[in-house]
Design a protein around this ligand. Structure first.
Ligand SMILES: *Cc1c(COP(=O)(O)O)cnc(C)c1O
Length: 379
């Protein structure tokens, strides 16, 4: 099946008891058993829920993987992946990543003896320089949040193989429509489903997809043992949202490109970070490993004055000032004080995340209206 067919049909069958074409919301905590140990495959809803099962199978198909697991949030999924580690194990991570990932790594898992190294993974050769026999996991986000660097997934996979480490790609920014890390050799792909997959800013959820049976068994165990599962109502909303993922992503991509070009040509804009621009340092790599460039753009204003950035952030009318991304409506954000405030300033600036950086999540509105809004806000 091709992508547009998969979002609608992969793993989804009419409900066998009624014929309902839409997967029902199984709002139940438990399942009646005929006799001890004799059941219909469902025992308790933390372990399994039919609405969740359908969504997990659908998401697995979208990432060309065998197994999917859904979690209560993207960070609950991240939590499960890092719990594959033991004290003393090393994780190599990109230094330009979602602030909440940095926070759970440094503030939670370092206390349990897992070691994290944050490196400029988009620089060729950096992984080889820092990988050691203790490295058990390479964690990367590409494109990165918010600097829009692109990391070479096959290169990370081949470095990981030299020490037997696994590779997990946070594919939230690209979505499975634009990039499939498992096809490039990654072991795990992780999503904040909250963003493009759900797409309507009404659900918080995470997911992991893999084709490795052993990793799946370990993660499935953690999903049940630690219990960070999503409710069936949220699974229903994501099943509903995902049906238009391909259509939404097409528009995110065309609007993203139009707005990146507008910003690039604007006399008051200093820098534009968008992998679809031909002068982006990783444009060729992005063309190789992605099928499009998405709707996430970061930029700075000329002069780099904090008051100019703050004024712009409050002046847009269609772009709403909010955390999050990937919804149908356009958002504008200030990473230094919002999504990335949990990363220390010195660490942020090492990766180029200055206090005046502005991030856009370009929605699916009419591009002309979005440009007019930015034009009046930039002034
Ligand atoms: C939002 C986000 C997360 C965390 O997901 P939640 O659903 O908010 O827990 C992880 N990675 C990236 C790239 C994100 O944008």
């Amino acid at each position: 099946m091709k992508f547009a067919t998969k979002v609608l049909h992969a793993g989804i069958e009419p409900d066998p008891s009624t014929g309902a074409i839409m997967t029902p919301i199984f709002q139940t905590s438990t399942y009646v058993q005929e006799a001890p140990g004799k059941n219909k495959g469902y025992e308790y809803a933390r372990t399994d829920n039919p609405t969740r099962t359908v969504l997990q199978n659908n998401l697995a198909a979208l990432e060309n993987g065998k197994y999917g697991l859904c979690f209560a949030s993207g960070l609950a999924a991240t939590d499960a992946v890092i719990k594959l580690m033991n004290p003393g194990d090393e994780v190599l991570s990109s230094n330009d990543l979602y602030g909440g990932s940095y926070r759970i790594f440094t503030k939670v898992f370092e206390r349990f003896g897992v070691k994290f190294k944050f490196i400029a993974m988009h620089e060729p050769g950096e992984i080889k320089k820092h990988i050691t026999p203790k490295t058990k996991l390479i964690w990367l986000e590409t494109p990165t949040n918010p600097m829009m660097n692109v990391i070479d997934i096959p290169a990370a996979v081949s470095s990981a193989k030299t020490v037997g480490a696994i590779v997990c790609v946070d594919n939230t920014f690209a979505s499975p429509y634009l990039q499939n890390p498992l096809d490039m050799g990654a072991d795990l792909v992780l999503h904040s489903v909250t963003k493009f997959i759900a797409g309507h800013s009404d659900v918080v959820m995470g997911a992991i997809v893999t084709s490795d049976e052993k990793l799946f068994d370990q993660l499935k165990f953690l999903q049940n043992a630690c219990g960070g599962v999503p409710g069936p109502q949220d699974c229903f909303l994501v099943l509903r949202g995902v049906k238009t993922l391909h259509l939404r992503m097409e528009r995110h991509c065309t609007n993203g490109a139009t707005i990146a070009n507008f910003l690039f040509g604007h006399p008051k804009i200093e820098k534009v970070y968008y992998p679809g621009l031909s002068n982006h340092p990783h444009h060729e790599l992005a063309k190789n490993q992605m099928r499009g460039f998405g709707g996430m753009i970061s930029f700075t204003l000329k002069g780099n004055q904090m008051e100019d950035a703050l004024r712009l952030l409050s002046a847009t009318r269609l772009f709403s000032l909010a955390e999050s991304l990937g919804g149908v409506e356009s958002l504008i954000g200030h990473p230094a004080s919002m999504t990335h405030a949990s990363i220390p300033k010195a660490e942020r600036e090492r990766g180029g995340l200055v206090d005046t950086l502005i991030r856009l999540s370009v929605g699916i509105e009419d591009a002309e209206d979005l440009i007019a809004d930015l034009e009046q806000a930039i002034g």
